[in-house]
Ligand binder design. Structure first.
Ligand SMILES: Cc1cc2nc3c(=O)[nH]c(=O)nc-3n(C[C@H](O)[C@H](O)[C@H](O)COP(=O)(O)OP(=O)(O)OC[C@H]3O[C@@H](n4cnc5c(N)ncnc54)[C@H](O)[C@@H]3O)c2cc1C
Length: 433
C-alpha cells in the first residue's frame, strides 16, 4: 500500500519508519529542509512514561493563577483575541476534575509505557544512538509543602505500578552527585528510575536515515497547502511541488494539523502551547547532571545530553508566534545556574522555542477519522518524544489491518465528537513580537 505521511517531526518519522518496516511504500512531505526542525528539535529530552499525566487536573486552575504571578513564571497567557484559544482553555478547565484526570491519565500511561518499550526494542534491533541514557528522572522539591504534596502522586504511581523512590538529600546526591554543591536548597526528591533521556532531534534524524534505507522517500522543502477530498476519501495532497497521491494518508503536522483538517470538516482541539529551551555546553562534567532533574518550583527540566545540558520549560499561550522572549531565557538560565552553578557556560547557550501540539485532555489523537483513508497522529503536547515510537507502531498496525498491541479506543478523535465544534486556531493571532 502507498502511504503519504504529512510532517517529518518525531511523530511523522517514527510513523514512516514503522510503516516501511511493515512493507508499505512510504513518502513523507515536510516544509523544512530536514527532519525534526520544528517542535521536535529542542525539547527537554525526557522519555518519561512516569510523568505521563495531563496538565489539566484538580487544583490546577488555582495553581495556574499562582504560577502566573511568579517572577520566573512557568505559565504565561497572552490575552489574545483568539476564540480558539479561549475555547481550548475552557475545555482544559472542564478536564480539571478528579474523574477527567483519572480517565485521561489512564489513556496516556499505556501509550507512553508502550512507546518506551518500543524505543528500547528499536535500540536493541538497530543500535540507534541519540545521546541516550537510561538513568531515570528526579523531581526536586524546594519546600516541605511540595514534598508533603507528593502523597497523591505516589498513590497514582502505585496504581500504575510505576517504580519510584522518595529520596532525602543524601539519596538524591547519590544519583545526581553534582547536586552536592546546591543540596541545601532542596528538601527532597521523587525519582522515577524507569524513565529515559535522549536528544529527540538526533534520534529523528538518524531514524529518518534508517527509514530512507528501507525505501522511504522524503520530500523536504515541500509546503503542504491542502488536502483534497472526494466523497469519504482523500484523493490527494496539494503541495508547493504539485499534488501527491497515495492509498492512505497520515496527518502528523503537530500544532499545524488542525489548520489543514478544518476544511475537511474535521475539528480537533489541538492548540499550540509554546515552550522554550536553552542548550548549554558542559564545562565541568563532574558538576553537570547525569540524567533529568525537574525543578518542581519552576517546572523546568534540566537534562544531560552528551556534552550538553538541555534546559526546557514554560507554557506560553501565544498563538503561533515563534518570538524568542528574553524573559523566558532568563528563567531557564536562572534554574540551571541555581542547580548546577559550575556545570556549563550559559553565555554560550543556544536559545530555542517550539509549539507543543496540545489537546485539552493531554492525550494525543492517534487513529482513524471519519474519512476512510486518513489517520491522525497528532496532539502529543508535552510528551511527543515519549510517545513517538509507540505512536508509529500503532499507526503502522492500523494501516496494515493488524490489531495494535495496546488498547487504542480512547486515543482516537471520536472522544471529542460532541465537545469540539468551535473555532480553529488562527495563524495571525496578533501577539506582539
Ligand atoms: C520546551 C519543550 C520541551 C519539551 N520536552 C519534552 C520532553 O522532555 N519529552 C517529551 O516527550 N516531549 C517533550 N516536548 C514535546 C515534544 O517536543 C512534542 O510533543 C513533539 O516534538 C511533537 O512532535 P510532532 O512530530 O507532532 O510535531 P513537530 O515536530 O512540530 O512536527 C510537525 C512537522 O510538520 C511540518 N509541517 C507543519 N505544517 C506544515 C505544512 N503546512 N507543510 C509542510 N510541513 C508542515 C513541520 O515542518 C514539522 O516538521 C517538549 C516540547 C517543548 C516545546
Amino acid at each position: 500500500m502507498k502511504v503519504l505521511v504529512l510532517g517529518s517531526g518525531v511523530i511523522g518519522v517514527s510513523t514512516a519508519y514503522y510503516l516501511a518496516r511493515s512493507g508499505h511504500e512510504v513518502e513523507v512531505c515536510d516544509r523544512q529542509p530536514g527532519p525534526a526542525l520544528e517542535t521536535s528539535f529542542g525539547n527537554a529530552g525526557e522519555v518519561s512514561p512516569g510523568y505521563s499525566a495531563p496538565w489539566a487536573g484538580p487544583g490546577v486552575p488555582l495553581k495556574a493563577i499562582k504560577w502566573m504571578l511568579m517572577t520566573h513564571s512557568p505559565l504565561v497567557i497572552w490575552p489574545l483575541l483568539d476564540p480558539a484559544m479561549w475555547r481550548w482553555g475552557a475545555m482544559m478547565l472542564a478536564n480539571c476534575t478528579e474523574r477527567a484526570y483519572a480517565l485521561n491519565k489512564s489513556r496516556m500511561v499505556p501509550i507512553a509505557e508502550y512507546s518506551r518499550d518500543c524505543l528500547k526494542a528499536l535500540r536493541a534491533e538497530t543500535g540507534i544512538a541519540y545521546d541516550d541514557r537510561a538513568q531515570g528522572t528526579l523531581q526536586l522539591f524546594r519546600t516541605q509543602a511540595q514534598m508533603d504534596g507528593i502523597a497523591k502522586d505516589v498513590e497514582v504511581l502505585q496504581q500504575y505500578k510505576v517504580p519510584f523512590e522518595v529520596l532525602d538529600r543524601e539519596g538524591f546526591v547519590k544519583v545526581e552527585p553534582a547536586l552536592r554543591l546546591t543540596q541545601e536548597k532542596f528538601v527532597g526528591a521523587l525519582r522515577l528510575p524507569g524513565d529515559e533521556t535522549g536528544d529527540c532531534f538526533l534520534f529523528t534524524k538518524r531514524l529518518a536515515e534508517m527509514a530512507q534505507q528501507l525505501g522511504v522517500r522524503f520530500h523536504y522543502g515541500t509546503e503542504i497547502l491542502g488536502l483534497e477530498k472526494e466523497g469519504q476519501r482523500i484523493s490527494g495532497v496539494r503541495t508547493a511541488g504539485g499534488t501527491k497521491r497515495a492509498d492512505r494518508y497520515v496527518m502528523a503536522m503537530g500544532s499545524f494539523s488542525p489548520l489543514l483538517l478544518k476544511p475537511l470538516g474535521i475539528d480537533v482541539p489541538v492548540y499550540p502551547v509554546k515552550g522554550y529551551s536553552i542548550t548549554v555546553p558542559i564545562t565541568d562534567a563532574a558538576c553537570a547532571p547525569e540524567s533529568t532533574i525537574m525543578d518542581e518550583t519552576h517546572k523546568v527540566a534540566v537534562t544531560r545530553l552528551g556534552d550538553r545540558i538541555r534546559v526546557g520549560g514554560t507554557a506560553e499561550l501565544a498563538g503561533y508566534s515563534n518570538a524568542l522572549r528574553p524573559a523566558r531565557r532568563s528563567t531557564l538560565e536562572h534554574v540551571v545556574t541555581d542547580l548546577f552553578p559550575r556545570g556549563g557556560d550559559v553565555s554560550k547557550a543556544s536559545f530555542w522555542c517550539g509549539l507543543r501540539p496540545m489537546t485539552p485532555d493531554g492525550t494525543p489523537i492517534v487513529g482513524p477519522t471519519p474519512i476512510d483513508n486518513l489517520m491522525l497522529a497528532t496532539g502529543h503536547g508535552t510528551l511527543g518524544w515519549t510517545m513517538a515510537a509507540g505512536t508509529g507502531r500503532i499507526i503502522a498496525d492500523l494501516v496494515s489491518g493488524r490489531e495494535p498491541e495496546i488498547d487504542t479506543a480512547g486515543l482516537s478523535m471520536a472522544r471529542y465528537r460532541k465537545a469540539w465544534r468551535g473555532p480553529q486556531p488562527s495563524l495571525a493571532p496578533g501577539v506582539p513580537a
